[in-house]
Design a protein around this ligand. Sequence first.
Ligand SMILES: [Zn+2]
Ligand SMILES: [Zn+2]
Length: 311
Amino acid sequence: MVLCSLCGREPAVAKLRYAGVVLCRECFLRYFEERVRRTLDSLGLTHELSGKLVAVATSGGKDSLNTLFLLNKLKEEYDYDILAILIDEGISGYREFKRKALEAFCDKFKISFKVVSMRDSLGYDIDTVAKLSYEGKIDLKPCSVCGVFRRYLVNLEALKAGVDYIATGHNLDDEVQTFIMNFIRGDLASMVREGPFLHEDFPGFIPRFKPLYYVPEKESLIYFMLNGLETPYVECPYAPLSMRYYIRNLINRIEYASPGTKLRILSLKEHLRTIKGKVPSPSLRKCEICGMPTTRRVCRTCEIRMLLSRV
Ligand SMILES: [Zn+2]
Ligand SMILES: [Zn+2]
């Protein structure tokens, strides 16, 4: 039996290859939660969240459920209320299962939640978009449309509910993938802009933070399982069509061959964020159609809806 590298007493359940240690259940849970708490503190949220309403944008997957679980656990200590928001994109064979998982989770932990239908709110669901894309009728990938529409609806729903902050379940792996994707696109402004906390002083923009920003995906899965949390392991059927899917597999292979790669990329990302002020980035304005914050004359959501209406 391999014993925990920290306490030396209990059997190890988690191996952190990049740090060369193994941890027992109790030491792992403590290490994990301490890191999330340190993240919130480093973002200046320790007192800031007091008396506020925090929406957790959740997909019903392990990372967003972990975020909901942790923020629910910390809400007395930090003195805030939480609300879960789920966007139903209309992806059959996937969404209905994850939605049930979220509903069961919120019932169990007595968390209020809202489900917003993409079709009812914006007129289109992702199954329809994917079909149009597959038939060559539109030059848009389902995942790009889904990302734009989901972010838009979370912000809109949070505004309606009087939310002060939005928390998302992005983990370290997601952040590294996004960074590499921005690198491939040559998008320096996004490379230096995206971090654990996004705040723009503009009406209608709700500040967003990412409690799992420094947590590798594998550790998020271990935390989820050790806490006995459940979600069906179905993946979005369109995920393999996305650039992210390819990048994710590639980085995982490199990480396996060279442990610590993801941490090194994240550290480079953090370093680059210090030059944010020196990189020109477009300022926010109101969308001429819907009035939501955007960097364009017409926001991407309104633009995509116009494209779809012409098919
Ligand atoms: Zn231990
Ligand atoms: Zn708009």
